[in-house]
Design a protein around this ligand. Sequence first.
Ligand code: MLT
Length: 302
Amino acid sequence: MFKIKTLNKIAAEGLNLMEDNYQLVDEENVDGILLRSYKMHDMDLPDTLDAVGRAGAGVNNIPIDKCSEKGVVVFNTPGANANGVKELVIAGLLLASRDIVGAVKWADTLCEKGDEVPKMVEAGKSNFAGPEIKGKTLGVIGLGAIGVLVANVAKSLGMKVLGYDPFISIDSAWNLSRSIRKSDSLEDLLAQADYVTLHVPLIDATKGMINKEKIECMKDQVRILNFSRAGLCHEDDLAEALASGKVARYVTDFPNEKTLHMSNVICIPHLGASTPESEVNCAVMAVRQLMDYMDNGNITNS
Ligand code: MLT
């Protein structure tokens, strides 16, 4: 009997796939762990542990080195929540362009103005005008499952899409999406983009990659979207660029204390993958991977 512990809520559609030789338990000495965003870094790994399954793409909440030293296999579910994240990124693209959040907050303040409302709307609405995205250039950094889906939708909305990936060859990404024009370098992409969207994992090589030097390469009034991980942006440098107006707006799924309070920052509380569809897809994939390893020794997506 394999003992499995969940550290976050995992969709029943996945857990119900577990066969009779699996038991969900709430104790320390388990064979497998399933989790979503729980941070495992301070946890003592039990000697019994064989595998960790992350129902999500990023694995920065899991101590990979510690797991490797103990022979614990770590799985993730790349692509399983890509559609959910993509849809929120597209919403973010529109929020980065038009001041929808500011406008809605302002409209809420009018609710006690009675028949004055139409007059006040006419007088105030010009404060919330913003550009259309059609014809503008979107720079997509990271051409994995999410980056490619975002590129395709952006293209269908009339944007020009430039792509760059520090790890995947642009040619292999281009085979997945003909929407993307190749950028020769990150600097080349940054110099041309009106909007920059980040879709790389948070690892040592990408930590703080959007820093003062890279922001200086960008167009004035660039708009940045970060639905990948907070640590990709150097928060002090970003805060400075937001304060000066160099970066016109920053929309992120990862609120950070340095920028949260700024009026040109829109923070969403890490909701990219929070759709029933993504939660089910991730849970099903994570449980299947875990069982395939426990039962047959097969390692997929680790
Ligand atoms: C991911 O890494 O795929 C997301 O952060 C998943 C999540 O929100 O749980």
